[in-house]
Ligand binder design. Sequence first.
Ligand code: ZN
Length: 314
Amino acid sequence: MITKETTYKKAFEIKKQTLNQKQKHRQMMLSAAYNTNPILKEIDSKLAALGADLAVTALSGDSEKLSKIRKESEMLSLQKKTILKECEVYDIAYDCPLCNDTGYVGGKVCDCVKKLANSILLAEFTKEMPLDDSKFENFDLNYYKNKDENRRMTAILKLCKEYVINFNPGTSPNLLFMGSSGLGKTHLTLAIVSGVIEKGYTPIYGPCENLFSLIEKEKFTGENRGSYEAMINCDLLVLDDLGAEMTTAFSKAALYNLINTRLLCKKPTIINTNLTIKEIETRYSARVASRLIGNYNANKFLGDDIRQQKILGK
Ligand SMILES: [Zn+2]
C-alpha cells in the first residue's frame, strides 16, 4: 500500500542523494583543481593572512591601509575564481532555490518535496493500477445504449468530474457506487484517484479484500505496521469491490471501523459494490448499512457489462 509517509520518505531520500552527488562532484573537481594548480594553496594562505590583517587594521582605524588590504584581497579572490572556472569548478546549482535542496524552508517541508512526493505517489499508483486507461476522457458513454441508462451514466460521469474539481479532504462527500460488475465503477473511481493525486492529495485505493487483509496482518502478525492508521488518515479512501472478499468477523469489524472512524473525522470515502443495501445489511451488519444510507451519496450504475460488450465486439 502506498502511503503519504512512504512517498515523503522517498522524496527526502532522493533530494538528499541528489544533493550529495552534487557536493561530491564539486569536491572532486575542487581537489583536482588544487592538485594541478599549486598557486591556489598560496592564494588561500595569502587570503587567510590578509583576513587576519584586516581584523587588526579595522581595530586600528587606519582606513587607507584597510582599503589597500581589501583591494588586495579582492584581487586574489578574483584570481582564485578565474582559476577555478578554468578547472570547471562551479558553485552548486540547486534544483530548488527556495530550500537549496535541503527540503526545508523555515522549518517547514518545502514545496519541491511535496511535488516530488506527489510524482512518486502517481508513479507508484500507475505501476500497480491501470490509471492511464482509467481516465475520464476514455470513459465511453456509448456503451450505455439504453436512453435512461445513458442519461444516468452521463450524470454519474459529471458527478465524478466535479468531485475531483471540488475535492477537499475536509469537506468532500462520501460516495457509494452500486451496480453489477463491468459497468465502470472501478474505472471512474480510478479516474477520481488520478485527479485527486494530481491535485496534490494522497488517496488510498484498494480492493476490500487487499485492504482488509493488510489490516488483519498488521493486527495479528505486526506486518504492514501503520496500514490501518494510514487508511484512517488518508485524504481519500477508496474501498473497491466491497462484497467480493471473504466475509469474516474480522472483515466485518474492519469495515465498520473504517467507515465509522472516517465519518467521525469527516474524511471522505468512496465505496464500490455489487451488493444492494439490503445485501450489505445481511452480509455485514445493520449498523454498516445505516451508516451508508445516512452518510453516503449513493449512485446506481446501469447498463450491460462493458467487458462482455468489448469481447462480443458490440
Ligand atoms: Zn525546495
